[in-house]
Design a protein around this ligand. Structure first.
Ligand code: TEU
Ligand code: CA
Length: 597
């Protein structure tokens, strides 16, 4: 195991110099490196911990809980955007890339937090949101001021199309839809042109074809890396290269615009330039949010010989019940398993993968992929899902609160939502009468992003210890904090928290869970997910592990294939039954076990 717990000196040497990873011998054909062995924990700062009673989470609130994260076994923290922002999209609309959002604190708070993270032998990656900026960023303020302003070409400005019905209101330049409902073009009276925004009106897209834009982005990246930050999660990074001439989308493309938008002609060239001029100068981890990229296209971005990014988030699994659209449809276990089988087949030894089923844009893990209908099923299925996430191949990502088994929120009315995606969709669908309020709520209460953004539940106290009892949290705390909270979980050895801690320890204890081969033993089984991870280590006994997961409430009697026998039981979410040394296993509802074999 590459010892990545190197003590970090609190000075310039702190800056992550490019370490000679190449020196270490290959493991199962993989180049060992710290970010392949790391367990990552995502923090959505607005919802993690408020430290000054204003109802909004902040950086000092994070620093307060670093011992909690270290004890859990976290190696890397991914911090969702902490930069100065008018919060049209909760920080994913940045006004100043070198300034901390005032609600979150000061740069001194950031530096203290970073030092405290490193003092605990953990690392920090931050969110790089450079496909678009805020419309309040001075680049855009300059750009919209006049057509010949030097920043004009930092964004996409185009003349509208003639509008036969009303010549005074030209039509958008093309038929691009925004991800947040409505057209992706906003008319700006100041210069009588439209600007492009694939997300919100207050999130104009940056023109990466302008070399000055690229250099300004590279420079702000160096600003944070020189502070000692250990890498970036890159927001919708494949979208940075637009289709030349911005032609209309075809009817086929309109079904999933992310596809043409993520495959512009200069995407790889710009990522290679970023790597050459910035990333390669530091020992950093990079993970791209690969909206619109298929599994087969991933190696173009993550193959180490391409010198672009280390890994990407592929959305096939997390959006299995939705696909590109926002309508929910049933999914089957063989479909989920096929995704991981394909990943194992397509991604080679020079590629690397991520493993995640939740984040700040998706419903809560246990509510979306488990069963939160009863206490028993919630706890068991939450543990089963953590078993899976921490034993599949790729760098695992835990989203804040999943280690407690936090659930979706019981939304009933649209005014309970904060998310711009919901508010815009409400105007487009309900106000126009296309769908009823009840139909709308029935959908967004299940798949809405705010389900993941309710405040972290630290205690059973009012406001769950996220903020003071008298403060008004920016988003309501889930009333089930009285039973689901970190204090109770830490006090209860059989909790989801302690189970997740043990699962992370298992992941750390055996290289097979990092570099080992993956084999699905029974891809077509509709209820059981049974797979192995195995690694031959020269001069050492081979490491072989068997994971069996009963993905449902029906008890199952499962016979392992080819006379295989379960070995020593290492982890189980239902105490009592061991069945070591047997081929036939009896698993109850949502039961999960990991064995040697
Ligand atoms: O998300 C882009 C994305 O993945 C979309 O899933 C998006 O969340 C969804 O389709 C909208 O319905 C990234 C960030 O993770 C997200 O929070 C931001 O809102 C978005 O980019 C724009 O920065
Ligand atoms: Ca606060």
């Amino acid at each position: 195991m590459v010892a990545f717990n190197v003590a970090h000196a609190q000075n310039a040497a702190d800056v992550a110099k490019p370490a000679a990873h190449a020196a270490a011998p290959l493991i199962n054909g993989y180049q060992p490196v710290w970010w392949k062995e790391a367990v990552v924990y995502q923090i959505y700062p607005r919802s993690f911990q408020d430290s000054n009673g204003d109802g909004i989470g902040d950086l000092n609130g994070i620093t307060k809980h670093l011992d909690y994260l270290q004890k859990l076994g976290v190696d890397v923290i991914w911090l969702s955007p902490h930069y100065d922002s008018p919060n049209a999209d909760n920080g994913y609309d940045i006004r100043d890339y070198r300034k901390v959002m005032k609600e979150f604190g000061t740069m001194a708070d950031f530096d203290r937090m970073l030092a405290a993270i490193k003092a605990r032998h953990m690392r920090l990656i931050i969110d790089l949101v450079v496909n678009h900026s805020s419309d309040e960023h001075h680049w855009f303020a300059e750009s919209r001021s006049s057509k010949d302003n030097p920043y004009r070409d930092y964004y996409f400005w185009r003349d509208g199309r003639p509008n036969p019905d009303d010549p005074s209101h030209p039509l958008p330049p093309n038929n691009y839809p925004s991800y947040f409902s409505g057209p992706a073009w906003q008319y700006d009276a100041a210069t009588q042109q439209f600007y492009l925004h694939l997300f919100a009106v207050k999130q104009p897209d940056l023109n990466w074809d302008n070399p000055k834009v690229r250099q300004d982005v590279f420079s702000l990246m160096r600003f944070w890396l020189d502070k000692g930050v250990d890498g970036f999660r890159m927001d919708v990074i494949p979208l940075i290269s637009k289709q030349p001439g911005l032609p209309d989308l075809t009817a086929e493309q309109l079904k999933d615009p992310s596809r043409p938008w993520a495959n512009g002609p200069h995407r790889d060239e710009y990522l290679q330039q970023m790597n050459r001029e910035v990333l390669s100068k530091y020992d950093v981890m990079t993970v791209g949010e690969a909206l619109g990229i298929t599994l087969d296209e991933e190696p173009k971005i993550v193959n180490s010989e391409r010198n672009e990014l280390n890994m990407v988030f592929n959305f096939d699994a997390i959006r299995l019940n939705r696909g590109a659209g926002d309508t929910e449809h049933p999914w089957t276990l063989p479909q989920l398993k096929a995704i991981y089988d394909n990943h194992a087949r397509v991604l080679g030894k020079q590629d690397w993968d991520t493993v995640f089923l939740s984040n700040h844009d998706n419903p809560r893990l246990v509510s979306n992929f488990g069963d939160d209908s009863t206490l028993e099923f919630r706890v068991r299925s939450a543990k089963l899902l953590e078993t899976m996430l921490l034993t599949l191949r790729g760098t695992p990502f835990v989203y804040q609160g999943d280690e407690l088994g936090m659930t979706n929120y019981p939304f009933e009315r649209v005014d309970q939502f904060d998310d711009i995606a919901v508010k815009n969709a409400y105007r487009e669908l309900v106000v126009t009468g296309k769908v009823t309020e009840a139909q709308f709520i029935a959908v967004v209460r299940r798949i809405g992003r705010d389900n993941a953004r309710t405040p972290m539940q630290w205690t059973a106290a009012p406001n769950a210890g996220f903020t003071t009892p008298s403060a008004k949290p920016w988003l309501a705390v889930n009333p089930n904090c009285t039973t689901i909270n970190a204090a109770e979980e830490e006090a209860n050895p059989n909790s989801v928290y302690h189970y997740t801690l043990r699962a992370i320890a298992l992941h750390h204890a055996h290289q097979a869970f990092v570099y080992g081969d993956y084999r699905d033993l029974d891809p077509t089984n509709t209820q059981m997910y049974a797979y192995t991870r195995s690694l031959a280590v020269p001069g050492k006994p081979a490491e072989r592990f068997l994971v069996v997961l009963n993905f449902g409430e029906k008890p199952v009697e499962y016979t392992l294939p080819d006379g295989m026998k379960a070995g020593k039981l290492l982890l189980a979410n239902v105490p009592g039954t061991v069945e070591a040394g047997t081929s036939t296993l009896h698993l109850g509802a949502w039961e999960a076990r990991a064995y040697t074999y």
